[in-house]
Design a protein around this ligand. Structure first.
Ligand SMILES: [Ca+2]
Length: 320
């Protein structure tokens, strides 16, 4: 993965010396709408690497690319402009954006996974270990997660706050099997202790397969709640269940003296339920002091016991 300065340098190296001087003239002129020009004395006669430095220092990564594309178009060098744009617009996920722009901070970005016609917005959590595409966040009760199939497919909430990105988007990110994804689950309890679970080889099936969950090897300190606190409740390989789509394997399930036909009834929210399982992060959110004993909550039973401890906050995200 080439970084922005390398992309810009590769582009300028395609220019003849004469073209480079014209490019530099544009940089020092006032024709660039909405962008400051670079003083002629600084840009005159400098070599290609120095020109890239000036571009990046003056405009930042993103705008440096925009300005370069703009000038190349004005110079009728459409091929180089389009090649640069294509290489740069490869923001197919947050991991790639972070690779292109190592200084990029966490926030909302537009991405376009391969094979997807319309780009969409995601929240990127930029960490030292890479750029993570967030697909679930809970931190309060403002956004209801008590929703049906259509909402879970399309996504809901506010990207900078609590939200669910959407099963269709998660599927479109992970469907290309040549790319390996790691899913990370971050959990916070009401005592502000945190724990995490990471799964290799994360991907979802398509809608016909009910967006079936696939996770590989687990690592972390929260426990592997997806495979379950005891045998027979492994959620790996199960389809997604919502109040209006039942894929939970219960018809009914017997828990002590309770017969449960639908896990979404008892656990709430919607999830890759399997008889119903030990992980459930889309149930009802409960405030501190009122977070124990609810049938529906934010559960990760391999970490927080007693079993009905509803977490304060959660985040789920993926990295390629
Ligand atoms: Ca059922």
């Amino acid at each position: 993965m080439a970084r922005v300065p390398e992309l810009l340098l590769a582009t300028l190296e395609e220019l003849l010396d004469k073209e480079l001087r014209t490019f530099q003239w544009f940089l020092s002129s006032n024709v660039l709408e909405g962008f400051p020009h670079i003083p002629k004395s600084r840009v005159d006669g400098v070599d290609r690497p120095r020109t890239v430095d000036l571009l990046v220092q003056t405009y930042g990564y993103n705008d440096a690319v925009t300005v370069t594309v703009d000038i190349l178009m004005r110079m009728k060098l459409k091929l180089w402009a389009e090649t640069l744009k294509e290489n740069y617009d490869g923001g197919t996920d947050c991991t790639q954006i972070k690779a292109l722009m190592p200084q990029a901070s966490s926030g909302v970005y537009v991405i376009q996974p391969k094979g997807v016609n319309i780009p969409f917005k995601v929240y990127c959590e930029m960490r030292p270990d890479g750029g993570w595409t967030v697909f679930q966040r809970r931190s309060g009760g403002a956004v209801s997660f008590n929703r049906k199939w259509a909402a879970y497919k399309k996504g809901f909430g506010n990207l900078t706050q609590d939200h669910w990105l959407g099963l269709q988007m998660i599927f479109s990110l992970t469907k290309n099997k040549t790319k390996k994804w790691t899913m990370r689950v971050d959990l916070w309890d009401h005592e502000d202790v945190t724990a995490f679970a990471e799964y290799r080889n994360f991907r979802l099936g398509n809608e016909q397969a009910a967006f079936k969950l696939h996770v590989g090897k687990y690592q972390g300190n929260a426990g592997d709640a997806i495979r379950g606190a005891y045998s027979g409740i492994d959620q790996n390989g199960y389809g997604f269940s919502t109040p209006d789509r039942d894929n939970d394997g219960c018809s009914p399930c017997i828990f002590g003296d309770i017969a449960e036909a639908k896990c979404t009834n008892s656990n709430g929210g919607s999830w890759w339920y399997s008889r119903c399982g030990s992980a459930s992060l889309n149930g009802d959110w409960h405030p501190a002091g009122d977070h124990i004993g609810w049938a529906s909550g934010l559960y990760w039973h391999t970490w927080k016991k007693p079993a009905q401890y509803s977490l304060k906050a959660t985040r789920m995200m993926i990295k390629s």
